[in-house]
Design a protein around this ligand. Sequence first.
Ligand code: IYR
Length: 253
Amino acid sequence: YIRVFDKENDVGSNIEEEVGETNDQVFMSIMKNEDVQIPYALPRLQPVAMIQKAQSFYELMNTRRSCRMFSDEPVPREVIDNIIKAAGTAPSGAHTEPWTYVVISQKDVKMKIREIIEEEEEINYRRRMGEKWVNDLKTFKTDWIKPYLVEAPYLILVFKQTYGLWPNGQKKTHYYNDLSVAISVGIMVSAITNAGLCSVTSTPLNAGVRLRDLLGRPVNEKCVILLPVGYPAKNAKVPNLQRKPLKDIAIYC
Ligand code: IYR
């Protein structure tokens, strides 16, 4: 490694090719102590407490519903900070943390986002999605008119970083960025539920580039999902759905 640092030295650049890393990358990983292992332990729960906690977490998560009718009641900013911090604990390919969460609370920005999404969604529902898809969504009473984009106190737009950039401008591979962001959003949805708030995982098809431009995000970022966050409206309604029972989703071999 020492020789790799020697930028004047030809031998250094040979090593660089062999290991497939640049001097800067190797230097960074050493500076960040990436090869150092630290002890890991968790507080141990007794079986009774463990059983109880697992059940109450399930019961909490079972209160989650995709909600499209929001109250405009404010939510403390600190709650959003912690929801995002929780999402940021997700595992990611080679610990690349390939996510950017853009939080919108300003009314005029929410209105612009609503305008872009409704414009694209109208085309989606009328043309791009096709008759079968639109028919499959009847139960969910969803269409291109989305007042929640302005009513909810916060919109969280989730961007996946398809690649990153090293400080020297070189591209950094973001392994499994799709899956990593999906796991992170899963944790985010749990954190929202845990805070007693609701959301809907909305997927504004074809609006990604316009949203990215509006928010000034770079080209390595793709908007994958939008989560309005807040309290359900007083008159909120959701479809009467049932979840599959354990026996239909788990096989114990
Ligand atoms: N992305 C659209 C349409 C939509 C698609 C599915 I599949 C849903 O489960 C719900 C909605 C929208 O957000 O309205």
